[in-house]
Write a protein that binds this ligand. Structure first.
Ligand SMILES: Cc1ncc(COP(=O)(O)O)c(C=O)c1O
Length: 431
């Protein structure tokens, strides 16, 4: 079917808040490695991986074999019965988690994983007071929107949690702008102490935070920030939940989990996206004492189902066997260096930031330096026309998000960066 016809039909039956990229949205129908094709046969280099989800690449034979093999035997049985792939994956995630004697609960989305972590924290601590970070994104349920510090993505006010927001988010604007790393940490700690002493009635269950904000525009605090924050939390027994939905599985290059840049071990963390390489697989891992604290029963019909778990196992094995974390570090550094030199003189780029294969480019108005969502949207149109897919985010919608599959090669990185730099130059001439 013609893509414009699909777009017309989409608009009639899909709610308008389910946003699409591009003035003429595309339908991707096949993929191989780091490349995808749309229904018209146009090929794109993919620097967004279906929102950081295609982690090892498209069409990875080892993952496909695991999926077809498992599908031919058993797709679904439910958690009422033992599921060997789920048990094995839980063992591996528990081992990799860095949390002692960790237990794992599988879900089908990051949203549901965060809901579960917050449910467990509120039961364990007998409190619905929760701390979250400004500029964050944690999902689309009432609970995960309650801790989402991004007004565009938390459009309701009917939330079951009592949430207070600690400092975080942009370092270009707002209360943290222009601060040194040390000042940033001191300011955050001071604010948190004040919030606990003067702002919140009763005990606090947990703080939930993304080590690098994803939807928020790849904002990252100084390394060690959450370590300093956790010292205060520990004084009060408040749990720390790391949302590793975007930062997990080695994407940041330096570490396997984003929390490791902060010298801490969280009480729980959540994962999703990359582990299933596109199959619906997510979950929460945490200290067994906390994970066992639910005073009732709970199930997830699809969470950790045989098909998704078998795919997750094969995908994780591929990631580890091919040392894709090291690749993320190496190619990510090269990409960052090329972007920084290629964009150094651009009047519409305020900052290139990030770690590993999670890099953000902040697009601004050349006259007053204000965030430019229009500029970022135009860059996306340009990259699309030249055969490159990138993402967009930021509370103001002005940050380009670059997060290719972790298997990307140096050559592919250079090819994509060349297109991106040229696209930004074209937009800069007309903004
Ligand atoms: C950091 C983070 N947490 C949670 C979620 C929600 O995950 P899902 O869309 O699988 O529900 C997302 C989705 O983008 C995310 O980026």
């Amino acid at each position: 079917m013609d893509q414009s016809e699909s777009f017309a039909r989409h608009k009639k039956v899909i709610p308008k808040w389910l946003a699409l990229y591009y003035s003429e949205p595309i339908e991707l129908v096949s993929g191989n490695g780091r490349h995808v094709r749309d229904v018209d046969g146009k090929e794109y280099l993919d620097f967004f991986g279906g929102i950081l989800t295609t982690m090892t690449g498209y069409g990875v034979p080892e993952v496909l074999d695991a999926i077809t093999g498992q599908a031919s035997r058993m797709i679904h049985s439910s958690t009422l019965y033992l599921i060997s792939p789920m048990i094995e994956l839980a063992e591996q995630i528990s081992e990799l988690s860095g949390i002692e004697e960790a237990k794992v609960f599988f879900t089908t989305s990051g949203t549901e994983a965060n809901d579960t972590a917050l449910l467990l924290a509120s039961c364990f601590r007998s409190s619905n007071n929760v701390l979250a970070v400004r500029g964050s994104y944690h999902g689309r349920s009432l609970v995960s929107m309650a801790v989402t510090g991004n007004p565009g993505y938390s459009p309701s006010s009917y939330y079951p949690l009592n949430v207070s927001y600690v400092l975080g988010g942009s370092r270009l604007r707002g209360p943290l702008a222009g601060l040194s790393d040390q000042q940033y940490c001191d300011r955050g700690v001071e604010d948190l102490r004040d919030l606990i002493a003067n702002g919140i009635g009763g005990r606090v269950a947990a703080l939930i935070a993304e080590p690098i904000q994803g939807v928020g525009g790849f904002n990252l605090p100084p390394d060690g920030y959450f370590g300093a924050i956790k010292e205060v939390l520990d004084e009060h027994g408040i749990l720390f939940i790391s949302d590793e939905v975007q930062t997990g599985w080695g994407r940041t290059g330096e570490h396997f989990w984003g929390y490791q840049a902060h010298g801490i071990v969280p009480d729980m963390f959540t994962f999703a996206k990359g582990i299933g390489n596109g199959l619906a697989l997510a979950g929460v891992v945490g200290r067994s004492e906390v994970m066992d604290s639910l005073p009732g029963s709970s199930i997830s019909t699809f969470g950790g189902n045989p098909l998704a778990a078998a795919a997750g196992l094969a995908n994780l094995k591929y990631l580890l066997d091919h040392e894709l974390q090291a690749n993320a570090l190496h190619v990510g550094r090269q990409m960052m260096a090329r972007l920084q030199s290629g964009l150094a003189d651009s009047p519409i780029v305020a900052e290139v930031r990030g770690k590993g294969l999670m890099l953000g480019v902040e697009i601004v108005n050349p006259i007053d330096g204000a965030p430019s969502a229009v500029g970022a949207a135009r860059v996306l149109e340009e990259t699309k026309s030249m055969g490159l897919l990138v993402g967009r985010g930021g509370v103001d919608g002005n940050v380009l998000r670059i997060a290719p599959p972790l298997s990307i090669t140096e050559q592919e990185s250079d090819d994509g960066v060349a297109i991106l730099v040229e696209s930004i130059a074209r937009v800069a001439r007309n903004l």
